[in-house]
Design a protein. Sequence first.
Length: 101
Amino acid sequence: MIVQYQGEQNGIPTTFTLRIIGNNLSKSSSNYQIDLLVGDKQLPTFTTLIHQSLSNCLKEIYLFRKHNGIKFNAASEKVAPKLVPYDLVLYNAHKQGLFAA
């Protein structure tokens, strides 16, 4: 699943891309990998790339954004059409964590 936001880093306008990769291990277990990109460049985040929940992935991106002066414009959200519907449902349920105050 790929989600793009317009925003700024340290006052410079740019486009940010979240690349979310869900790995369903079984009917009751999944893990997620999330990458934050500016253009083609992947930004290093704080902790491991693999998380047990999408919510934890989004919390890590929030903390990274806060620490690095990155702001997303929520109204500019664009979701790429090729995605797993369940991942979109989870993302929509937890994306408020990206914009926490």
